[in-house]
Design a protein around this ligand. Sequence first.
Ligand SMILES: [Fe+2]
Ligand SMILES: [Fe+2]
Length: 218
Amino acid sequence: MTYEQIRKDPAIRVYISQADKTLDALGYTEHSFAHVTRVAEFAGEVLQELGYEARSVELAKIAGFMHDIGNVVNRSEHSQSGAVMAFRILDRMGFPPEEIAMIVSAIGNHDEGTGVPVDEVAAALILADKSDVRRSRVRVKDPKDFDIHDRVNYSVTHSDLEVDKAEKTVALRLSVDTQFSSVMDYFEIFMGRMLLCRRAAQRLGLQFRLYINEQQLV
Ligand SMILES: [Fe+2]
Ligand SMILES: [Fe+2]
């Protein structure tokens, strides 16, 4: 079973769409195909660049694509409900238990608060998910109606996650337009996420770095 098969699976696509509808109704930023595809690809790239075997790269991509389906149940504890949903889906598709275990652990541990980067797949998923900050995730049209998440996402004109295998670092580089949000806004909502990123980087034997407008902050 491959990432491409998962990506095309009609049932999984329904759950992703419905999960995003839930978040739209709650006033959250975009969590649809753009988000999960980007997370899948970033998670896969992180492991590929570090030289992990091809199957680990594939599992990270699968976990990335499915990681937010639990929002279809409820935003609260969505990582755990998503993990249970993924268990049933992948079991029925005939995935081996060892692979299901890794994907379910990664999905169930992707959120700050309770998440722990249990292995390389979980760590890659955390780094990829927490680094998807970008203007196009904001759904609110009028800047007057922005909440802090909208302001921070809207202010990020470019974000990139770079692994440097030789330097043993993973760097999140953000270009922030401070007209819409201060760097303090960013820290207010992203502190928990950055701490989880640091633990995820450590799991991969890397130091986490954060750059905002070329300035190294972490
Ligand atoms: Fe999530
Ligand atoms: Fe996510």
